[in-house]
Design a protein around this ligand. Structure first.
Ligand code: PEP
Ligand code: MG
Length: 552
C-alpha cells in the first residue's frame, strides 16, 4: 500500500487526500462510475450511406444532449442555485460550438471515421489544449470539455455513466449515502438526489472544480485525491469522510466512529433552548445562503464570518452593486436583526477567482490576495462597499477586512471605505469595521491596528499557515499543521490581552474554534466569541455551557 493509505486493525483503512469541503460524516457507500465508455472503438466507414448515417446520428445525439443539459440546468437551478445551473448552459454552448461540431463532422466525412471515434478524438484534443493553457479559468474549461465528451459518448454508445449498484434492490441512488467516485463531475452531482447525498469521496478532482464548488454549496463534506478508494470500497461499505482533515476511513471500527462523529442530540437541543452562556458569544461562519439559514436554525448569535468571495466564485463573475445588495440584504433578513459580519472579498491563495484573469503566480499564497488585492482593485472594493453601505442604511452591519498586514494597510482600507460612506451620504455609525488577524505581522502591529477598528477576528487557518510556513491545504504536511503549538498560543494570548486593553471585542473564526478540546483554552485566555461552522454550533455551545458550569 502507498503512503496515502494505512491499514488499521482488521478491516479499517485510512486514506489521506485533500479536503474539498469541511465537515465530518459517516455513512454507507454508493459507487459511481463515469468511466464505462473508456475504450472507444475506431473503424472506417466503407461507403457514403454509412457516413450519412453517422452524421445523422451525431445531429440526433447533439439534440438529445442539449435537451438533457437544459433539464439538468433547470433541476440544479431549483435544488442548488442559478449560478451553478449556468455551468450546464455553458457546456451546452461549448458542445454546440460550430468549431467543435464542424471538426467532428469533417472527421467523419473526410476521414470516414465512425462517430464515436470522431467525437472522442476532437474533444480529447480540445480538452488537452485547454488543460495546458496557463490561465486557470481557461484550463478549468478542460473539465467541461471532458464532461461533454463523456455525455456525447454515453449517448452514442448507450453506455451512460451511473451508479454501479444501479438496478440492485438495495440501491438508494445516492440517497443518504456517501458517493465514492473516480472523479466528481458536475453532471454526476446533478444526476443524484442532491439534497440527500451525505458526502463525496473521490480519487481525482481539484478544489476549484465546478463540482467541488457545488459540493461546497450543498454543504456536504467532500474529500478528493483518495487514491485507490475505488479499488477497495464496495457498495454499502461504511465510510467516514473527515473533510476537516482531508481524510477518509473505510470500514472504520466503532472507536474511530465514536471519536470522529460524536453524537449528542439530546444535550444539544437542551442547550440550544438555553442559548449561549452569559458573557460568551457563539457566531456562525457562512459561505452560502444555506449556511446562513442553518446558522439561524441552530440559533447562532449572529454571523461572525460571511465569506463573500464564495458568492463571486459561484457566480463565476463579478457581481454589480445591485446584485450584491440583494444578496447581502437577504442574509440580514434571515438573521432577523442579529449581527452579520460581511468579510470583504478575500481572493487569492486557495480562492482564486478564475474569471478575474489574475496572472498565474508562482506563489499565490504570498501574492495578490486579501487586503493587498482589494487595495490594488479599488473598483471592486468600491462596488462591494457601496452595496454594503446601502444595506447598513437599513440595518447596522459589520464589515471585516481580510489578510491585513499592518496598521498602514488598515488605514488605507478604512480611507477607501470612508470615501464610499461619504459618497453615499451615510455615516460610520451604521457599520462596525473589523480586522482579521491572520498574518503574523498584524499581531506584532496589534497596538496600532486595534484603535482604528471596532472589533477583530482571528483567522487561525491562515495564521497557522503563515506563522509556521506550512501550507494549509497540503496533505503531505498536515500532521505538522498544529493548532496546539505553544508558539501559536503565545500569540493568541498576547493579542487577547492587547484587545482587552484597547477595549475591542476579539473573536476567532478559524477552524480551530470548533475543534474538540479547543474551547476551554480559548475561553481561558479571554477569547469568548467563537465563530464556527453552523452544524457545529450545538457541540460548541455545549462545551461553552460546560465551561460556564451550566451543563455537566
Ligand atoms: C482563516 O484564515 O482562519 C479564515 C477564517 O479565513 P479563510 O479560511 O476564509 O481564509
Ligand atoms: Mg483566511
Amino acid at each position: 500500500m502507498s503512503g496515502q493509505q494505512e491499514v488499521m486493525g482488521e478491516r479499517m483503512i485510512k486514506f489521506k487526500g485533500v479536503s474539498i469541503n469541511s465537515g465530518r460524516i459517516a455513512g454507507a457507500a454508493c459507487l459511481y462510475s463515469a468511466e464505462r465508455h473508456r475504450a472507444v472503438p475506431e473503424f472506417l466507414l466503407s461507403n457514403e450511406d454509412l457516413v450519412a448515417e453517422e452524421l445523422l446520428k451525431f445531429d440526433e445525439v447533439l439534440r438529445q444532449c442539449s435537451e438533457e443539459l437544459d433539464a439538468i440546468a433547470a433541476q440544479v437551478e431549483t435544488s442548488v442555485g442559478r449560478a451553478e445551473s449556468e455551468i450546464f448552459i455553458t457546456q451546452k454552448h461549448i458542445m454546440n460550438d460550430p468549431k467543435v461540431t464542424d471538426a467532428v463532422r469533417a472527421m467523419v466525412k473526410n476521414e470516414k471515421k465512425n462517430i464515436e471515434w470522431a467525437v472522442s478524438d476532437v474533444l480529447n484534443e480540445y480538452e488537452y489544449t485547454f488543460a495546458k493553457i496557463d490561465n486557470q479559468y481557461l484550463s478549468e474549461r478542460a473539465n467541461d470539455i471532458g464532461e461533454i465528451r463523456r455525455r456525447l459518448l454515453g449517448r452514442i454508445t448507450k453506455a451512460k455513466s451511473g451508479l454501479l449498484c444501479e438496478g440492485q434492490a438495495h440501491c438508494s441512488r445516492g440517497a443518504n449515502r456517501i458517493i465514492a467516485a473516480y472523479e466528481l463531475t458536475a453532471d454526476m452531482v446533478a444526476a443524484m438526489n442532491l439534497e440527500k447525498v451525505l458526502g463525496f469521496v473521490t480519487e481525482h478532482g481539484g478544489v476549484t472544480s465546478h463540482a467541488a464548488i457545488i459540493a461546497r454549496s450543498l454543504g456536504v463534506p467532500a474529500v478528493s485525491g483518495i487514491r485507490g478508494i475505488m479499488e477497495f470500497v464496495r457498495c454499502g461499505d461504511t465510510i467516514i469522510i473527515d473533510g476537516d482533515n482531508g481524510e477518509a476511513y473505510l470500514n472504520p471500527d466503532a472507536a474511530t466512529v465514536a471519536a470522529l462523529i460524536p453524537v449528542e442530540p439530546v444535550a444539544s437541543e437542551a442547550v440550544c433552548a438555553l442559548g449561549t452562556p452569559p458573557g460568551m458569544t457563539l457566531l456562525a461562519n457562512a459561505s452560502t445562503m444555506e449556511d446562513v439559514k442553518q446558522a439561524a436554525a441552530m440559533g447562532a448569535d449572529g454571523i461572525g464570518l460571511l465569506r463573500t468571495e464564495i458568492l463571486f466564485i459561484k457566480a463565476e463573475r463579478l457581481l454589480d452593486e445591485d446584485e450584491q445588495y440583494a444578496f447581502y440584504r437577504r442574509i440580514v433578513d434571515i438573521m432577523k436583526g442579529k449581527t452579520v459580519t460581511f468579510r470583504m472579498l478575500d481572493v487569492g491563495g486557495d480562492k482564486p477567482l478564475s474569471f478575474l484573469r489574475i496572472k498565474k503566480e508562482e506563489n499565490p499564497y504570498l501574492g495578490w490576495r486579501g487586503a493587498r488585492y482589494l487595495l490594488g482593485n479599488p473598483d471592486i472594493f468600491t462596488t462591494q462597499m457601496r452595496a454594503l453601505v446601502r444595506v447598513s442604511g437599513e440595518t447596522p452591519i459589520r464589515v471585516l477586512f481580510p489578510m491585513v498586514v499592518d496598521a498602514e494597510q488598515q488605514r488605507a482600507l478604512l480611507d477607501l471605505a470612508d470615501k464610499v460612506i461619504a459618497e453615499k451620504g451615510s455615516s460610520r455609525e451604521r457599520i462596525e469595521f473589523g480586522t482579521m488577524f491572520e498574518v503574523p505581522s498584524a499581531f506584532i502591529d496589534a497596538e496600532a491596528i486595534l484603535p482604528q477598528v471596532d472589533f477583530a477576528s482571528i483567522g487561525s487557518n491562515d495564521l497557522i499557515q503563515y506563522l509556521f510556513a506550512i501550507d494549509r491545504n497540503n496533505e503531505m504536511v498536515s500532521q505538522d499543521f498544529n493548532p496546539e503549538h505553544p508558539v501559536l498560543w503565545k500569540m493568541l494570548e498576547r493579542l487577547s490581552t492587547v484587545a482587552r486593553e484597547k477595549g475591542k471585542p476579539l473573536s476567532i473564526c478559524g477552524e480551530m474554534a470548533a475543534r474538540e478540546g479547543m474551547q476551554r483554552p480559548l475561553l481561558d485566555i479571554g477569547i469568548s466569541i467563537l465563530s464556527v461552522a453552523p452544524r457545529l454550533i450545538p457541540r460548541v455551545r455545549n462545551e461553552m455551557a460546560r465551561y460556564a458550569g451550566l451543563l455537566s
